[in-house]
Design a protein. Structure first.
Length: 225
């Protein structure tokens, strides 16, 4: 089944959708953490405690030793921690080493099927192609997802395709049609998926009509016999 992750470090939003039972996980990054007030380490730990599913936490070092050191620390935040490693030559080395240590990784800043293929070969748990940023640059972001899903299927890679940089609900529908494993989206996109003007209009008509029923049957109460 396709998994829905929330792409945010905002705990109120995470709690809101977590309580609806529709969240399979969370992805964060330094930019998302910079939007929140408070200590980023404590925020990451609290997200890990709040959400049952995988939570991606990103390293900020770009050297092999630095990435490994940060990744091991982030992985200790909880059993559901997944470490985001940028798509760099040393990032691939780090992913390989961390896979050997049993630490789950999410290869981030992926913009081509070839980068995704290499991340999978290195042993990444997830690869994150950024479709919105590709679209912004005049490329077809969704084609990278289609190609990556096909390549991983051809060779039975266990690495999961995580569709990132999602900008609107149509991205979600198209991503789900490709058979991608995970779609991570900002809270506003998830909210738009829930809402539909015809749902609101239909509900208002039903409630008005029920008022008519109550005028004829004043003692009627659905909650009580
Ligand atoms: C993925 O995990 C990233 O956090 C995110 O999807 C990037 O999206 P943006 O292009 O909206 O910053």
């Amino acid at each position: 089944m396709v998994q829905i992750f929330l792409d945010t470090a905002n705990l109120d939003a995470i709690r809101k959708y977590n309580d609806m039972g529709i969240l399979d996980g969370v992805t964060t990054n330094p930019t998302l953490l910079a939007k929140e007030n408070g200590n980023p380490i404590e925020i990451m730990k609290e997200i890990i405690r709040t959400v049952k599913g995988p939570v991606s936490l990103e390293v900020v070092s770009t050297t092999l030793d630095g990435m490994l050191e940060e990744a091991r620390r982030l992985a200790r935040f909880g059993p559901n921690a997944v470490v985001k490693i940028p798509m760099l030559p040393d990032g691939l080395k780090a992913i390989r080493r961390l896979a050997g240590e049993g630490i789950k990784t999410n290869c981030t800043l992926v913009f081509s099927p070839n980068q995704a293929l290499l991340a999978a070969k290195a042993g990444a748990t997830y690869v994150s192609p950024f479709i919105g940023r590709l679209d912004d640059a005049g490329h077809d972001g969704m084609q990278v997802i289609r190609d990556t899903v096909q390549i991983f299927r051809n060779y039975s890679f266990s690495t999961k395709v995580l569709v990132a940089s999602v900008r609107h609900p149509v991205h979600v529908v198209e991503a789900a049609r490709t058979g991608a494993d995970v779609i991570t989206m900002p809270p506003d996109v998830l909210e738009k998926m829930i809402k539909h003007p015809l749902t609101d209009k239909g509900l208002s008509i039903f409630l008005d009509d029920w008022e008519k029923v109550k005028r004829i049957n004043p003692n009627i109460n659905l909650a009580q016999p």
